[in-house]
Design a protein around this ligand. Structure first.
Ligand SMILES: Cc1cc2nc3c(=O)[nH]c(=O)nc-3n(C[C@H](O)[C@H](O)[C@H](O)COP(=O)(O)OP(=O)(O)OC[C@H]3O[C@@H](n4cnc5c(N)ncnc54)[C@H](O)[C@@H]3O)c2cc1C
Length: 472
């Protein structure tokens, strides 16, 4: 039985770090500390309050939504006493690159035989993919990536009717999920479904289908989650996604230390006993604390810069790549703000890097005076990045084309987004190599890269880690 008194250090106060502490506490551990370098909880779940007229409202700069497949997030909601019933409803429309409204999924608007035929074909391919995922790709919708490159599945089921059942098995077809998503679709004769998957994938900053392994696409947008997205049955939070993790943090025995950055890790050599020395930097300077175990929920490619990383850690973690997702919150000239969110399909191509792919109008009742968040990607594997400044300017120009001239930017950022590995490294068994070093030198790895760059897969990766290594 694991010693419940061992002292555990958690690096990072985002969804992964806070949920690692929640699950530790639920399994009987109370001797843990969380270090968060920023002055706030939640990492990329950041929901600043902005004054509009005489009242303050929350806006989202990072995570916005969930769905009924968010089982792990729901556990964190319950722990903290947070509810997703009170969030503003999601609403959307579509535009082309010129900013004009289009109706790609409505057969009655802009009617043509060609369009009607295409929509019927998309529907039939969607049906085919749904069936294939249930049969040929059985086991695809367990959390995490262990074994996929070898044609195995091993994890808890995400699927609603079967959720949290442990599934383990062999299915050689799963190896197809190592292919970039466009090749996976071609192989299965379902090319057209990319038109459905692209909005909640590429416009949400997760990259382009010619570069991203199908495993990431289909595990995040499993068929149920995808249908919930198309049907707009989505969860949002009135106080923002940040509130899920703030509320949970308040109920922890040891809430996170804010403004405290982990700057150095020194571990006893492999096979030797001793304490892990963690140096943190806060307003008072640097100090070193001793721990028995370490849980890293922060970017692993950055961990090798401040930790005493072994060669196997350096080799694996240097393969992690990430997206450069840019967003800003803007106000617009009086009575000219969007009244509903918009997707610009033409801009979801890598030839259009830096262009607005989507904008989010959060509060329907604020009508055309609501600040909005605007999003674009500025990188693609095999293309040169476009610059940050070009991206910010192009995004504003695109909003003007849609009829929304930006007045003021209240917030802007580029995020280290969706850490993942290439199709080649995925097929080379990157995830199994990572799994093989979990626990070495009492170091455990969690965070987005273990599952996917969304809240659910990040929180579920923490739950998986605690259940596998700390529950006995
Ligand atoms: C624009 C945008 C839109 C998104 N939309 C959605 C959505 O609608 N739905 C959804 O489910 N997900 C969405 N996401 C993704 C979701 O926010 C992330 O997947 C999730 O926040 C990942 O949690 P994490 O804890 O692993 O990482 P992070 O949220 O990045 O948290 C990591 C934390 O570690 C801290 N840290 C880093 N280094 C150190 C150090 N050395 N010492 C101490 N602390 C450190 C950071 O400051 C940060 O707080 C979105 C993200 C963005 C940016």
């Amino acid at each position: 039985m694991n010693d419940r008194n061992e002292r555990i250090c958690i690096i990072g106060g985002g969804p992964s770090g806070i949920s690692a502490a929640v699950y530790l506490q639920l399994r009987g551990y109370t001797n843990y500390e969380i270090y968060e370098k920023l002055d706030k909880i939640g990492g990329k779940c950041h929901s600043p309050k902005i004054k509009v007229g005489n009242e303050e409202r929350t806006f989202e700069t990072g995570a916005i939504m969930g769905a009924l497949t968010y089982h792990a997030v729901h556990e964190i909601e319950q722990f903290g006493g947070t509810d997703h019933e009170d969030g503003p409803a999601m609403r959307r429309m579509y535009r082309n690159a010129a900013g004009e409204e289009i109706f790609p999924f409505d057969p009655k608007k802009d009617f043509s035989i060609k369009k009607t035929k295409e929509l019927l074909e998309i529907k039939s391919q969607m049906k085919k993919l749904t069936e294939l995922m249930k049969t040929k790709y059985k086991g695809y919708d367990v959390y995490g990536h262990r074994g996929v490159a070898q044609g195995r599945y091993d994890g808890l089921s995400k699927e609603v009717s079967n959720h949290l059942t442990e599934l383990r098995g062999v299915n050689p077809n799963l190896k197809d999920l190592c292919l970039p998503f466009n090749e996976f679709c071609k192989l299965n004769g379902v090319d057209l479904v990319q038109r459905l998957w692209i909005a909640p994938f590429t416009s949400f900053g997760y990259g382009f289908f010619d570069e991203i392994p199908a495993a990431y696409v289909m595990k995040y947008l499993d068929v149920t989650t995808a249908i919930e997205f198309f049907s707009m049955r989505l969860w949002t939070w009135k106080d923002g996604t940040q509130s899920i993790y703030e509320n949970a943090n308040k109920r922890l025995v040891h809430p996170a230390h804010l403004n405290t950055e982990v700057v150095k890790i020194v571990r006893p050599a492999e096979g030797e006993k001793g304490k892990i020395k963690v140096t943190v930097k806060d307003a008072e300077g640097e100090r070193t604390e001793e721990f028995d175990k370490l849980i890293v929920t922060t970017p692993l490619d950055k961990f090798i810069d401040y930790a005493d990383a072994r060669e196997d850690e350096k080799e694996l973690f240097s393969k992690i790549i990430h997206e450069k997702y840019v967003d800003f919150i803007a106000t617009f000239a009086q009575n000219t703000s969007p009244t509903i969110s918009g997707y610009i399909f033409d801009n979801m191509e890598y030839t259009r890097l830096g262009h607005t792919m989507v904008y989010y109008q959060r509060w329907e009742d604020l009508k055309d005076n609501c600040p909005c968040t605007v999003y674009a990607l500025r990188n693609h594997q095999g293309s040169s990045d476009v610059s940050y400044d070009y991206t910010i300017n192009t995004m504003s120009d695109d909003m003007a084309k849609c009829g929304f001239p930006v007045k003021e930017k209240l917030f802007e950022q580029e995020v280290y987004y969706f850490p993942h590995v290439s199709a080649k490294d995925y097929a080379d068994g990157w995830y199994d190599k990572l799994d093989a070093i979990e626990g070495k030198q009492n170091t455990y790895y969690a965070g987005e890269v273990l599952g996917f760059g969304d809240m659910e897969d990040s929180v579920a990766a923490s739950r998986d880690l605690i259940d596998r290594y700390f529950a006995d």
